[in-house]
Design a binder for this molecule. Sequence first.
Ligand SMILES: [Mg+2]
Length: 274
Amino acid sequence: MKSLSHIFLIIITVSSSYSFSSEEDKSFQEQSMLSVLYVQTSTEFAANNIQTFTNATKVLEMALQDSSWTAALEQKDNFKDKPPAIIIDVDETVLDNSPFQSRTILTGLSYPNGWSDWVNESNADAVEGVYDFLNFAEDNGVEIFYLTNRLESFRDATKKNLINLGLPFKNDDMLLMRKEENSRDKTERRKLIADKNRIILIIGDQLTDFISTKEAYVFHTDRKKLAAKYSDMWGTKWFMITNPTYGRWELSIYEDMPSSEEMATEIRKNTLKP
Ligand SMILES: [Mg+2]
């Protein structure tokens, strides 16, 4: 087994350099086509999200009645009398950025090309089911914290998008952005929320919406074991939105840094289990 620090280093390197783009040959970006179509066209995806938020709503009602209930690993003691709160990620959990993903396929240019243009349009739709869930939470006196790795510079555009969709937005304290390029770990920001609130639910589309990057940035064979490790959390305190289009799950398949689209494609093929 690779050491964690070794994998961490590799994946950091991959994540900072992993941005293949080619307007001439779009075939690499086109590998994402079916996953983006699944998000944009399938009833199955929409139904799954409604299912998730319906169940989250039921759990929310239960958790409100139980002052010993907490969903955050960062929450330790003295939380029973704190106001109940939920933590929800933004991209692909509240806001659907699949139009941006579609653009990357059609242009052949991957993230971050075009990302700031898309965010500044403030025109993302809400993920199916999230509108009713968040408004139910607000109507029942639950504090909502949008915890996102969008950079601080996108605060106004993100806020505008959420408000345009009719989602709860009382004040800017509800929106916790990423302060610096390399501060992706959400642990510290979860701790800040846990200091003043009893966190009763966490919802996201990435493993790091729930646990630290230190634990989650490992090779995929070890990473997958984390699902079982936290089996008592899924569907009760933690709700995972499916995101087949991008994420750390993909980077975790690369043991060695792919330096080209061809190498990345080869590793993808070699990772398949026939
Ligand atoms: Mg997300």
